[in-house]
Ligand binder design. Structure first.
Ligand SMILES: [Zn+2]
Ligand SMILES: [Zn+2]
Length: 863
């Protein structure tokens, strides 16, 4: 019986979407946790009218994996929500001229409809929106917890300020023009002088300014080492781990202090390689260093030359001073420092390649083992001493300098260090210098504290209260704070803390964000709420005097730092998350998202989780043990943007081709972690495949498949299973296409094979698969809770055939070839020639004639 299906994609897709939702097949039981799989997708900013194709691309990638896991027997939880507070949606509301609330009440439902129309398996009963009172109440609670733990503080500081967004930005939110996707040579029409040093706003690409403002900060630096150490325990792409590692930027080194000869003064240098200090032959200081510390020591006959040099170098830019290729310049100050290790006199030079704000502004010159020092020594004819032997050096010739700055090596010419490798020598030297009081170990970090306050409207009001009366009488909530357990805290300087304020009592949370008309930022260093006394005038909860509420709101990255904790507990009202559910369902099993959040969201969420762990709220300290970073979707070879007019609206494609065709097409474009190029011609081709696929299921059903189909079927099961586990979606689809072609050549197929085929396609084309499973093959609903097929090892074993080999008509041996190669004459000839027992009869002679009976005999006639 052959029935041709008329397949109305839109109708069938909508039908199953409603049925899945009604039957809650994507809602797991949160009281059971065995075999759980928490499949998290980085939730979007609803800061546009709807999803763009990039969302469709990445969310489909996440959904395919969730569906695969569900069919593998996992209880999958896949939630979706909206990062709706903060600068991104607020800027969009300003653009559309609406209140953010009004804008979001339109865009969020549209986003949801779109996610549903893509057929994703979300548990919509657990959706969340960060600007909901029920959510941000807990974001405020988190702030209070941070404060009580001594991890939130207020400080006047120089901050990055975006004049366009009219707000401060965290260090992580400013970047070079190139990193922000801007032309590094030109911003807003005006040329950029130093693209490497220019910093722009992550959000809008405007060049940031520096301003002095009072700010709230979180002590993420207390957790620098933990954040670093934890990286070795998590399964993340190397490039993201490296980005975090570099951002934390831990450097271990030592400050060595040398005395200056004939002067009652010392000079301190920072170095990470004190092991080479027996090879130190000079000191170089920054021009600013001379001005600050050495001017009075320089003899009058030299001072003019030094002053001139300083003057000219201060006119140069940092980049210029640091640039590697530039010829080194410098002037001898006439001063000497003494290397205590060997009593050597080291001349002190001034040179502009040393910067005042790097280390101490003074460096020790070890020209034998540092390229820059070597160039300097060559230029000014300073001695070069070799103290490390790399693997490529001959010990007998230690004066030869063919290479400097070894990664590995053994110490020489260094007394008590001789024979040690450089790493052991470094540690030994640090200990030695410290013991004698000549040096002190220092660890420096690039990471700065997380700037958390924003002078904007659209965010959770920071739940703090300032009371002058309490401040005067030195009363403070701060003294009542519960502290972190001792082992969790690091010694830090807390002298900046101002302790005369209190937090809003937790039981009174939330501090509701009032609806105000004038919500646009003014850029005056305070948020729009500061214009609303009805908001900020309060009674001090401690002394009942008049007090003032904080009018800044918190950074949007605080909202997203804990949303994954809330999802399974959506609906719980007395706590941010249910203890039991959290113990069972967290941490997440897979986090699917973009690499652009490497040092922003992904770092903040790890920090917040570690703090909550230390406060005994969570049992784990890494929120995302496995992370997959998807690639970028472009259109017709270029980045999608409104100005190019090449932005894809997924709705149009779903309407025209169906969600299944769109999903298959997006996943077929290329490796999931690479850049994929969307082309209209491509999706048309995929639509033809979907039609072909659909008709494969209505082919005549046979009792038994041919051995070729059986073998291909099981090979495909094996390949798709392996590929899906590694996110190789494109090759999974390609393998399934090959299988479909072979089946269609045969013209008929068994029911079992149809069932296996439809399961293989189910993660990619969930609607088509369900329709076929239930209405064509007559199986019980739902395919998405059915079991993933297993391949039969015997079926994919290659069948082999033995062929008799004759020379001049006499039996001389046999060769065994795969069944597929039986008809391949050249291949069989080669195999026979390579057989030892046959070869000796061929005597390396060219055959005059070869008789080939496929699958049976090959006869070489050589006389
Ligand atoms: Zn901006
Ligand atoms: Zn008070």
């Amino acid at each position: 019986m052959k029935k041709k299906i008329s397949y109305n994609y839109n109708k069938i897709e909508a039908k199953w979407q409603q049925r899945w939702l009604k039957d809650k097949i994507y809602s797991p039981d949160f009281l059971v946790s065995n075999n759980k799989f928490y499949n998290l997708y980085m939730f979007p900013y609803p800061s546009a009218e709807g999803l763009h194709a990039g969302h469709a691309f990445s969310s489909t990638g996440s959904d395919v994996f969730g569906r695969f896991m569900r069919m593998k027997g996992k209880k999958v939880f896949q939630p979706m929500g909206y990062d709706s507070f903060g600068i991104h949606p607020e800027n969009y509301a300003i653009k559309t001229g609406e209140q953010p609330q009004t804008m979001l009440s339109r865009t969020i439902p549209h986003f949801t409809e779109q996610f549903k129309s893509l057929g994703h398996g979300y548990d919509w009963s657990k959706s969340l929106t960060t600007s909901d009172l029920n959510y941000y109440k807990w974001t405020q609670w988190l702030f209070v917890e941070m404060f009580k733990a001594g991890l939130a503080y207020r400080k006047k500081m120089e901050v990055n300020f975006c004049p366009s967004c009219k707000t401060v930005l965290a260090d992580e939110q400013v970047m070079t023009p190139a990193q922000a996707g801007k032309d590094p040579k030109k911003i807003d029409g005006s040329p950029v002088e130093n693209p490497e040093e220019t910093k722009v706003c992550e959000r809008c690409g405007t060049v940031v300014e520096k301003r002095d403002l009072e700010q709230w900060l979180f002590r993420i630096t207390d957790y620098a080492d933990r954040l670093l150490k934890g990286l070795s325990k998590i399964n993340w792409p190397e490039k993201i781990k490296t980005a975090q590692k570099n951002w934390i930027g831990k450097k271990e080194g030592i400050n060595i202090t040398y005395s200056i000869k004939k002067a009652n003064k010392t000079i301190t240098v920072w170095t990470s390689r004190p092991d080479t200090n027996f090879g130190a032959t000079f000191i170089v200081v920054a021009p600013e260093y001379v001005q600050k510390n050495l001017v009075r020591l320089i003899s009058s006959d030299r001072s003019k030359k030094v002053e001139e040099y300083i003057k000219s170098s201060l006119n140069r830019s940092k980049d210029d001073r640091m640039s590697e290729g530039r010829e080194k310049t410098g002037v001898f100050t006439g001063l000497f420092a003494i290397n205590q290790l060997n009593g050597n006199k080291m001349p002190i030079w001034v040179s502009d390649f040393v910067l005042m704000d790097v280390g101490t502004g003074a460096v020790v010159g070890v020209p034998g083992h540092d390229k820059r020092d070597f160039a300097f020594a060559k230029k000014f004819d300073l001695p070069v001493v070799r103290v490390v032997m790399g693997s490529d050096h001959d010990k007998s010739d230690i004066t030869r300098i063919s290479q400097v700055q070894e990664e590995e090596g053994i110490m020489v010419n260094s007394e008590f260090l001789n024979g040690l490798d450089i790493h052991k020598a470094t540690q030994k030297m640090m200990g030695y210098l410290e013991q004698r009081g000549w040096g002190k170990r220092v660890t420096s970090y690039h990471l700065r504290d997380w700037l958390i306050s924003r002078q904007r409207y659209w965010g959770p009001p920071i739940p703090m209260i300032y009371c002058e009366s309490c401040a005067k009488s030195k009363r403070s909530y701060f003294t009542e704070m519960t502290s972190l357990p001792a082992e969790a805290t690091v010694e830090v300087d807390r002298s900046n803390d101002w302790d005369h304020f209190g937090w809003y009592p937790e039981e009174n949370l939330p501090v509701e964000l009032p609806e105000i008309e004038d919500y646009k930022p003014e850029g005056k260093g305070r948020g729009p709420l500061a214009n609303h006394p009805e908001f900020y005038k309060v009674v001090c909860p401690k002394c009942k005097e008049a007090a003032r509420r904080e009018t800044d709101v918190s950074d949007t990255f605080l909202d997203s730092s804990w949303y994954f904790l809330r999802y399974p507990s959506v609906g719980v009202s007395r706590l941010p998350w249910d203890v039991e559910i959290t113990r069972k369902w967290l941490p997440t099993d897979l986090y699917f998202g973009g690499a652009e959040h490497a040092v922003l969201h992904l770092m903040y969420a790890r920090f917040v989780t570690m703090v909550l762990h230390d406060l005994k709220y969570l049992e784990f300290e890494e929120p995302f043990p496995k992370l997959y970073a998807h690639g970028l979707l472009i259109k017709d070879g270029s980045k999608m943007s409104k100005s190019r007019g090449n932005v894809i609206n997924p709705d149009l494609y779903i309407e025209k081709f169906g969600a299944d065709a769109l999903r298959l097409y997006l996943m077929f474009l290329g490796p999931m972690d690479a850049t994929s190029d969307f082309r209209d011609t491509g999706i048309e081709g995929m639509k033809r495949f979907v039609d072909r696929l659909m008709n494969t299921f209505t082919l005549k059903t046979t009792n038994r498949d041919s051995s070729e189909v059986i073998s291909k079927l099981h090979k495909t099961v094996k390949k798709v299973t392996e590929d899906l586990a590694e996110f190789r979606y494109n090759t999974s689809i390609a393998a399934t296409m090959e299988l479909v072609n072979i089946i269609r050549e045969k013209g008929s197929i068994s029911k079992l094979a149809k069932e296996i085929l439809v399961k293989l396609i189910a993660p990619f084309a969930p609607h088509l698969a369900e329709e076929v499973w239930v209405n064509v093959l007559g199986n019980s609903y739902s395919i998405h809770t059915s079991r993933w097929p297993k391949h039969d090892k015997n079926a994919i074993k290659e069948k082999t055939i033995e062929i008799v080999v004759q020379v001049n008509g006499k039996f001389r041996g046999t060769v065994v070839v795969n069944a597929n190669d039986v008809k391949n004459k050249d291949f069989v000839i080669e195999s026979a020639k390579n057989d030892k027992s046959v070869a000796k009869w061929l005597e390396e002679k060219e055959a005059k004639k070869i008789v080939f009976v496929p699958g049976k005999i090959i006869n070489f006639v050589i006389f």
